[in-house]
Design a protein around this ligand. Structure first.
Ligand SMILES: [Zn+2]
Length: 411
């Protein structure tokens, strides 16, 4: 979705500038929900009259509301604070995993309001048709303009423009036109992104403290495999074909375990949830019996199960080996671990740090923080919502209203 269009002479069209200014104001209100009109003018660089013009229009459209602030110390006219009306706009998130799809509605402040799950069907086309029907049902009562878009988290190597899954080995999907089947005739914009990258996006968008948003960090997801999302200078690292940072398929042991990608000894084969589950089955000789997933292995370790404790100790070493590579390549301020590694972080962190200190020079390691994600339960879905909201709210450049080049003044 382009925010700016150019006239045939190359000049910015007036309606695009107006839309850009409107986004600037909306973005400022989203990021600071207690701003007055005067604050907005100061932050955005727009003139007070322009801000008033835009705010009045948004009030009429019921996009924002304005409330008096109780401040008894203030003499004279009490200031007013602007905030988004949560119900004014919605975003749809679609997360695909090995067993089901989650379809979610969230309002444009990011609060989830509705959720539906769609069980996975063996035939991908049938699966996507069911998800499409669910999106249609959930958005039926909404006007077209109320739906900001649909964010879809895709597994494996995918085309971000069309939503085609080129290869997702763990799903057994090759050349699947997911985007075409999901969208069909729905009128909203659809956005597609690799699910590991989305989880990194969720960490920045839904940061508990907006003032401490991470700018250079790596998210490691360990569900249905091992993926990484790398954020550099606040942006997702994409690479030439949107497939950058597949750290799950970097090599720990050249003669090691065979991986679904065709290589041997990939990090994913040693540190993913599937690897933990397999290692536990091998230790307890429960092959062919009850499937114990990685979260359950963490739980059993807490209960004193020696096999589970042994698997987590061994796996912590493998996690650390991969993190050595991540740290040496990206010089991140933080590494955020998801899934079972987040659930079992307290049990594994000592071993992980021991290995890192033994293998990474202190001057590379100092300042790097490693911590579990706060969005373990539904971080991928939150990433899908964040994908839509970040597309909508970014006005010009990186979506930072105070960034140079973002202040376009016209009304
Ligand atoms: Zn591999």
């Amino acid at each position: 979705m382009a925010d700016v269009t150019f006239t045939t002479s190359g000049a910015l069209s007036k309606s695009s500038l107006r839309q850009g200014n409107e986004r600037l104001v909306l973005n400022a209100i989203r990021q600071h929900p207690t701003l007055s009109r005067a604050d907005i003018a100061r932050i955005t660089g727009l003139s007070p009259s322009t801000v008033t013009f835009i705010v009045e229009r948004m009030l009429r459209q019921k996009l924002v509301c304005e409330e008096r602030v109780n401040n008894h110390a203030q003499v004279g006219r009490r200031p007013t604070a602007l905030r988004l009306r949560p119900e004014a706009r919605i975003a749809v998130g679609v997360e695909l995993n090995l067993t089901q799809a989650q379809v979610t509605l969230a309002n444009w402040t990011g609060e989830i309001t509705k959720e539906r799950s769609v069980p996975r069907y063996a035939a991908p086309e049938l699966f996507f048709n069911k998800i499409h029907d669910t999106i249609r049902t959930l958005t039926r009562a909404k006007a077209e303009t109320e739906v900001l878009g649909v964010g879809v988290g895709l597994p494996g190597f995918s085309d971000r423009t069309t939503g085609k899954v080129i290869a997702a080995e763990n799903f057994n999907w090759t050349g699947i036109e997911a985007g075409r089947h999901l969208r069909k005739d729905l009128p909203f914009p659809f956005y597609y992104e690799n699910s590991a990258k989305l989880r990194a996006l969720a960490e920045t968008w839904f940061s508990p403290n907006a003032g401490k948003t991470l700018r250079d960090f790596v998210f490691v997801t360990m569900r249905g495999g091992l993926g990484t999302g790398v954020i550099i200078n606040g942006q997702i690292l994409q690479g030439a074909f949107s497939a950058a940072a597949e750290f799950g398929h970097t090599i720990l042991y050249p003669e090691g375990r065979r991986c679904a990608c065709g290589n041997t000894g990939c990090w994913e084969q040693y540190a993913s949830d599937l690897a933990v589950s397999r290692a536990y089955a091998e230790r307890t000789k429960t092959r062919g019996g009850e499937e114990i997933d990685a979260e359950m292995v963490v739980q059993r370790a807490r209960e004193g199960d020696r096999a589970a404790i042994g698997v987590l100790d061994e796996t912590a070493g493998y996690i650390a080996l991969g993190l050595v590579n991540v740290i040496m390549v990206f010089n991140p301020e933080a590494i955020v671990l998801g899934d079972y590694a987040a659930a079992g972080w307290d049990l594994m962190q000592e071993k992980i740090w021991d290995v890192l200190r033994a293998r990474v020079p202190a001057y590379y390691l100092s300042g790097v923080r490693i911590f579990p994600s706060e969005h373990v339960a539904n971080s991928s879905l939150k990433g899908c919502i964040a994908l839509v909201l970040s597309q909508y709210f970014k006005s010009f450049g990186d979506g930072n209203p105070s960034a140079p080049g973002n202040s376009v003044i016209i009304h």
